[in-house]
Design a protein around this ligand. Sequence first.
Ligand code: SF4
Length: 76
Amino acid sequence: MRRITLPGEVANPANPPAGCAFHPRCRYAVACCRSAAPAWTEAAPGRFVACHRAAELELAGAPLIDLEPRRHAARP
Ligand code: SF4
């Protein structure tokens, strides 16, 4: 596995940035990442993800996931 070095500084946990706390350093950040924190969603049984782009990004070691069936299943 190829490791990468994230640019920038680690967010201050006492004063985290708005939106996703990772957006200042995330190469995949889009506009909504800067304004809204992503909700936790169960991507697979017992595996949760909090990323606005989890359903569209395929990253090393993390296959593309389809969140829609689980989102619909959670609705009453
Ligand atoms: S929500 Fe996902 S894509 Fe957006 S900044 Fe956070 S980790 Fe990156």
